[in-house]
Design a protein around this ligand. Structure first.
Ligand code: COA
Length: 102
């Protein structure tokens, strides 16, 4: 499931989130294809300037996926989420239209 949220038509930015619901389909490139299609749609059809997201700082699988489509690390929001009995930071990542190459 992929979601586009907080669509800001004034500042032309939008938040994206993704989850692979069916484990049997994970690791086959489907999430990456969906990310590319959604980002392309927002830049080319909706004329957005920037797509952004947040993810847990230790979510290495997701971070690798986001970096592979061009997202850059912008900031760490420290100790933002209480998870597995400890605080974990959130990573804020974004990609600008001018940097999208796929
Ligand atoms: C993040 C998530 C969507 C990736 O789904 P997926 O189907 O495994 O992703 P894909 O098969 O499209 O892989 C795309 C890229 O992700 C990375 N990746 C995928 N599985 C990985 C793994 N097990 N280890 C490391 N990197 C991995 C790779 O960079 C891969 O690209 P590459 O194969 O060209 O190197 C999935 O793991 C998920 O739903 N996680 C739980 C929810 C979540 O964390 N959402 C993101 C937070 S907003």
């Amino acid at each position: 499931m992929i979601g586009l949220m907080n669509i800001d038509h004034i500042n032309k930015n939008v938040e994206i989130g993704i989850t692979m619901g069916e484990k049997q389909f994970a690791g086959k490139g489907l999430a990456k294809d969906a990310m590319i299609s959604a980002i392309r749609f927002m830049f080319e059809q909706q004329n957005m300037h920037q797509v952004y997201l947040t993810t847990l700082q230790n979510n290495h699988t997701a971070i690798k996926l986001f970096e592979s489509v061009g997202f850059q690390n912008i900031a760490i929001l420290p100790e933002r989420v209480f998870c597995n009995n400890e605080y974990t930071g959130m990573l804020y990542m974004s990609i600008k239209k001018s940097d999208f190459r796929l």
